[in-house]
Design a protein around this ligand. Structure first.
Ligand code: GLA
Ligand code: GLA
Length: 687
C-alpha cells in the first residue's frame, strides 16, 4: 500500500446498522482508509460460550470495504463478557490489597489464569479462522493496553502466586541460592519451601511504597508480572500467526507506561502501535488543561526505539477526553499538530480515537471526531485537511529517524525505584525527562533504549540514575566508552546488583573506576517548602570553557571524591559546599561525565551543550521556545518538520531554502510558522 494509513477507531456495535453506511461515507470523504474494529466486542461475537456470531461484523466490514476502507481487527479479550465471569469468577484480578475486582469495567482479567487462556483461545481462534482470508482485513491488534488492569497495577491472585513461585524456581534453581541472593536472613525470611514465598500483598505497613517487602522479591515480582503479559500476548500471537500468516500483528501500547517491559513486549510484534492522548483529564501525560510537547515527543521516541523503526498511533486523541470529567477541548489546529508531531517522530500510521463520541457507557465524555449527535463539525474538517496533507508527504512518512544520542530508560530501574523511591522528590522519569528536554530544546533526535537493547552505535548515552546495574552492562559501558562513546552518569548509579541488593563497593559501584570518582556521602534535597538544607541553599558553580555559571540544584547531592577526573562543577552551598559535583574523565577515545546532583532546565541546557560538543554530535537547528524542529533524511535529502506549539507565530532559519510539502510552496531559508501550525520543508538549496 502506498497510502499513509489514516484511520479511526470505530465501534459498529454502538450504533444502529442504518448509521454504518453514513459513517463509512463520511470517513471516505475525510480520506479515512483504515478502521480498527471489534476491540471490546466479545459479548456480540460470542454471546454464549462456544456460540459465535460474526454476521454483524461481516456486514459492517462489507460496508467499509465498499468505501475503500481497510480493517485492523482487535481481539476483544480486554472485555471478558459477563457470562464468562459468572462461570469463572477466578478470572477476575486481585489487587495489592488482596481484593478481587468485581465485574463492571474492562481489563478485569488475570493474564495467568488457565480458564481465561481457554476462553481466549476460543474467541481468537474463531475470529482468526473466520477472517484469515478476508480481503479487507490486513492487520490485528491483540487485546487492548496490556498491563493496565482494572483494579491496580498487577494481579495478586492464587494463580499468579503459584506461577510466581514456579518462575522463581526456574530462575534460582535452589532455595539456597534464592535465600542468598535475596538476603532473606534479614528479618528471618529464609524460605525452606517454594510455597512459603509470598506474593507482595500490601500486608505490612501499607504506607511504605512497595509495601516494605524485601526489595529483591519485589523486583522479581515486577519482572514476573511483566513476563506474564508477554506470555499472554504470545499466546494470542501464535494463534493469529497460525491462521493469518499474511496479516500484520500489533498491540496498542501506552508510551511511558511503567509496568510492562515494552522492549520485550514489542519484540514479537510486527509493528509497535500506541495510544497518544496529549491532553488527559488527569495528570498521566500532562497537568490538567496543559499538555507537554516534550513529554509526548519522548513517548513517541520511546515507541520508535522499541523496534528501531516507524510505529503506528492506534489511538490519537480526537477530542476532549475523560471518563467522569473532561479535559479541555483540543484547540483549533491541535489535532493536526499532534498528528504531524507523531509523524515527525516516526509514526507511519495515524488512527484517531474514536470516530464518534459514545452516547453510552463509561466513556461518554471521551470525545471522538464526531460529537454525540454524529454531525461532522470542526474536528472532522480538521482531520480531513490533515489526511489530505499526510498523503502529500507520501513515503517520507515510512522512513525512520536516525539518532546520535540515546537515553537509557531501564525497566529494572523503574521497578526498583517503585519498591524504594529513595526520596519523595526523586522520580526516575522526571530525571530522564530533564535530560530529554534539554536535548529536545536543541532539536537533537534522541532514541530511548534499555540496557538490553543495542546502544553501542550512539555517540552519546545518557543513563540517569542507573540504579540497578549488572557487571555485564558495566563492562559493556566500559568498552563502549573506550571505543569513543560519551557516557553521562548521575547520582544513584551502580547502587544495586540485579537482585536489588546494594553493592559491596563505594558508589557508583562497578562504574567507580570508569567515572574516576567515588561517592563519600550523599543527601536528599526535599521540596523547597521544607527549607534549604543544612549548609545553605543547594547550588553549584559549573565552569564550561572558562566561564562560570551559578546553578541551583535539587532532589539529591552526592559528595564526591575524585580519583581521576576533571572537575566541571563544585557545590557552593549545602552540606557538601566546596566539594566536586560534576566531573569528566577521558577514557580511551571516549569520556564519562558524572553528575552528582539534579539540575534545573537552565543547568541542563549548559551541561548538555558541553556533552554534545565533547562528543561531536551534529547540532540541531536552533528554534524559539515552543517550536520543535525534527530533522529527517529521505531520498538523501534533508527534511525538516517545524512544529509550533505556541500561540504566537515564529520564525526559524533553516540551513537551506526548500519546498514546503504540505502546501507545495517554495520557501527561503527563513520560514514563518504560524501559531499551532506545522510546516514540512524539503531542502532544495537552489529554491
Ligand atoms: C525500629 C526497630 C528497628 C529498626 C528501626 C528502623 O526502631 O526496632 O529494628 O527496624 O525501627 O525501621
Ligand atoms: C485507552 C483505550 C481506549 C479508550 C481510551 C479512553 O486508550 O485503549 O479503548 O478507552 O483509553 O479511555
Amino acid at each position: 500500500m502506498t497510502d499513509v494509513i489514516f484511520g479511526v477507531d470505530y465501534y459498529p456495535e454502538h450504533w444502529s446498522p442504518e448509521r454504518w453506511p453514513i459513517d463509512a461515507r463520511l470517513m471516505q470523504q475525510a480520506g479515512i482508509n483504515t478502521v480498527r474494529l471489534a476491540e471490546f466486542a466479545w459479548s456480540r461475537l460470542e454471546p454464549r460460550e462456544g456460540t459465535f456470531d460474526f454476521s454483524w461484523l461481516d456486514e459492517a466490514i462489507e460496508i467499509f470495504m465498499a468505501h475503500g476502507i481497510r480493517i485492523v481487527l482487535g481481539t476483544p479479550t480486554a472485555a471478558p463478557p459477563a457470562w464468562l465471569i459468572q462461570a469463572h469468577p477466578e478470572i477476575l484480578p486481585v489487587n495489592e490489597a488482596g481484593q478481587r475486582a468485581g465485574f463492571g469495567m474492562r481489563r478485569h482479567y488475570c493474564p495467568t489464569q488457565p480458564t481465561f487462556h481457554a476462553a481466549t483461545q476460543r474467541i481468537v481462534e474463531a475470529m482468526a479462522e473466520h477472517y484469515h482470508q478476508h480481503p479487507a482485513v490486513f492487520a490485528w491488534q491483540i487485546d487492548n493496553e496490556l498491563g493496565n488492569i482494572s483494579n491496580g497495577n498487577r494481579c495478586h491472585c492464587p494463580s499468579c502466586h503459584a506461577a510466581f513461585q514456579q518462575w522463581l524456581q526456574r530462575r534460582y534453581g535452589s532455595l539456597t541460592r534464592l535465600n542468598q541472593d535475596w538476603g532473606t536472613v534479614f528479618w528471618s525470611q529464609e524460605y525452606t519451601a517454594w510455597e512459603q514465598i509470598p506474593i507482595p500483598l500490601q500486608n505490612v505497613r501499607s504506607w511504605v511504597p512497595g509495601s516494605a517487602h524485601n526489595p529483591s522479591l519485589y523486583l522479581d515480582f515486577a519482572r514476573f508480572t511483566s513476563e506474564s503479559w508477554e506470555r499472554y500476548q504470545h499466546f494470542q500471537m501464535q494463534i493469529l500467526r497460525a491462521h493469518c500468516p499474511q496479516h500484520l500483528i500489533t498491540h496498542n501500547l501506552m508510551g511511558l507506561f511503567p509496568y510492562v517491559d515494552y522492549v520485550a513486549l514489542a519484540e514479537e510484534l510486527d509493528v509497535v502501535s500506541w495510544d497518544n492522548y496529549p491532553r488527559m483529564p488527569t495528570s498521566r501525560n500532562a497537568s490538567q488543561g496543559n499538555w507537554s510537547p516534550s513529554r509526548v515527543a519522548m513517548a513517541h521516541d520511546l515507541m520508535r526505539s522499541l523496534k528501531g523503526r516507524t510505529f503506528w498511533v492506534m489511538e490519537q486523541q480526537g477530542g476532549p477526553s475523560g471518563w467522569g470529567s473532561l479535559s479541555p477541548t483540543p484547540l483549533p489546529g491541535e489535532l493536526r499538530l499532534w498528528t504531524l508531531q507523531a509523524i515527525a517522530h516516526g509514526a507511519e500510521a495515524i488512527v484517531y480515537f474514536r470516530w464518534r463520541t459514545s452516547r453510552m457507557g463509561t466513556e461518554q465524555y471521551w470525545h471522538g471526531i464526531l460529537p454525540h449527535d454524529g454531525t461532522p463539525r470542526r474536528r472532522y474538517a480538521e482531520i480531513r485537511q490533515t489526511g489530505e496533507e499526510l498523503q502529500r508527504l507520501g513515503a517520507l512518512v515510512t522512513t525512520s529517524l536516525s539518532a546520535e544520542v540515546a537515553i537509557l530508560r531501564s525497566y529494572d530501574v523503574l521497578w526498583a525505584f517503585e519498591a524504594q523511591p529513595t526520596s519523595e522528590s526523586l522520580s526516575y522519569d522526571d530525571q530522564i525527562g530533564r535530560y530529554y528536554r534539554a536535548l529536545w530544546r536543541r532539536n537533537v533526535t534522541v532514541d530511548l533504549v534499555t540496557e538490553k537493547r543495542p546502544w553501542t552505535s550512539y555517540k552519546v548515552l545518557v543513563a540517569p540514575c542507573l540504579f540497578v546495574l549488572s557487571d555485564e552492562v558495566a563492562a559493556q559501558l566500559r568498552s563502549w566508552v573506550e571505543a569513543g562513546g560519551t557516557l553521562v552518569l548521575t547520582f544513584r548509579s551502580g547502587v544495586k546488583n540485579e537482585q536489588n541488593v546494594v553493592v559491596d563497593l563505594p558508589l557508583p559501584g562497578a562504574l567507580c573506576e570508569l567515572a574516576g570518582v567515588h561517592v563519600t556521602d550523599y543527601t536528599v534535597l526535599l521540596s523547597p517548602e521544607a527549607g534549604p538544607p543544612s549548609g545553605g541553599p543547594a547550588s553549584l558553580e559549573l565552569s564550561i570553557d572558562g566561564t562560570s555559571h551559578l546553578l541551583s540544584t535539587d532532589v539529591w547531592m552526592d559528595e564526591l571524591e575524585v580519583s581521576d577526573a576533571e572537575v566541571l562543577g563544585r557545590y557552593c552551598g549545602g552540606p557538601f559546599a566546596g566539594t566536586p559535583a560534576i566531573t569528566m574523565k577521558r577514557v580511551g577515545a571516549g569520556r564519562v561525565i558524572y553528575v552528582g546532583t539534579s539540575l534545573d532546565d537552565a543547568g541542563q541546557d549548559l551541561l548538555i551543550g558541553k556533552v554534545l560538543s565533547e562528543a561531536g554530535v551534529t547540532p540541531g537547528i536552533p528554534s524559539p521556545d515552543n517550536v520543535e524542529i525534527v530533522h529527517r533524511v529521505y531520498e538523501n535529502v534533508d527534511h525538516w518538520f517545524i512544529l509550533n506549539y505556541g500561540t504566537q507565530s515564529q520564525e526559524v532559519r533553516l540551513p537551506t531554502g526548500g519546498i514546503e510539502l504540505l502546501t507545495g510552496k517554495v520557501t527561503s531559508e527563513t520560514v514563518t510558522v504560524n501559531a499551532l501550525d506545522a510546516l514540512v520543508v524539503r531542502s532544495q538549496p537552489d529554491a
